[in-house]
Write a protein that binds this ligand. Sequence first.
Ligand code: ADP
Ligand code: MG
Length: 402
Amino acid sequence: SYRKGGYHAVRVGDAFAGGRYVAQRKLGWGHFSTVWLAYDTHRSRFVALKIQKSAKEFAQAALHEIEILSAIAEGDPSNSKCIARLLNHFKHAGPNGQHLCLVVEFLGDSLLRLIRYNRNKGIGLKRVKDICRSVLVGLDYIHSELGIIHTDLKPENVLLVSTIDPAKDPVRSGFTPILERPEGSLNGGTVININEKKLKLKAMRAAAKISQRRESMGGVIEFERSLEGIDLRCKIVDFGNACWGDRQFATEIQTRQYRAPEVILGAGYSFSVDMWSFACVAFELATGDVLFTPNHGQGFSEDEDHLAQMMELLGKMSRKIAISGTRSKDFFDRYGDLKRIRRLKFWPLDRLLADKYKFPEPDAREFADFLRPLLDFAPEKRPTAAECLKHPWLGNSKVASK
Ligand code: ADP
Ligand code: MG
């Protein structure tokens, strides 16, 4: 993908925007972009630099994300609504073309890493509640104040907020900025010494040491700290697929496991698709398992298996809803029964939590009571983010703003 129209190859120490931002290390990547930790030399702080692939369709998507993130930033001057803040954007010319770059506030690890860090055993209900509160504040803001649907809520797209500021506290964060390309660097820097091999080795060791320290910056440290009773907070990222509630382009939205039933059925969608995904994420945090893991099998599709798994957990879908979509006929007969998967093994949510995940009965009941309405097959019956924030399961503690 590092070719014309594709990713821009970045090396540690590369400068962007006329020297303002200096690349430190790669943070992650998606289908459209690579994301780098960069040092902002004007403001003496770390930022995340999202460098989009250069082909026209990717540039278009980046412009769209910039439009959405700008609206989000404009409506939230105090940056307290749990959405990653867009700080700047610019174009960068490279050998593979012009790349749009987004400068976003630097955040910690994703919820996916948090789940894996806990070896997929769940992170404990107190921390699940902390995270749910942040995500709901973010969803309430984009839904009810801005009219934006995220459409791709999942653990990778929610990042922990680091409470250590590496610019102010480089010692504790274990991080000092690199301001130019390291001499003798392996990836492109010029090696000037005759004793090339020796230098290379030295650079390699130094790089390994630095990357080890950096691994612990942000998320995992934050997680350890949360064990000491500090609230976990997080922010929603990746608005590359977001849309305005009244201007939708795509019919197939959301990542498979987090996809709402109305999307599979082709029955139209609204803000409540994010609430469905939110419930799937909350379940995954609490149990360490993905709620729905559909597969195609002998004579049935992934979509049909997905609908079957939903019904096994939530009970049968009413005929009215089952036949309401443009794709309903692919899955349901005229009685509202699945065509190819005839026998369902029902396992309701509260029983699943108690029996399979060994939650104490009251915990299982209360958590299921929180999640169950969000997983209503009727999208208009799902609670809104604002309603969800009032649910007794979350308790009274407010999200600390900022
Ligand atoms: P894409 O649209 O290509 O999926 P994302 O915006 O989801 O790009 O970013 C890809 C990955 O980069 C994320 O999953 C995360 O690991 C990392 N990342 C993105 N934004 C930030 C940020 N602000 N701070 C730290 N890491 C980030
Ligand atoms: Mg992403």
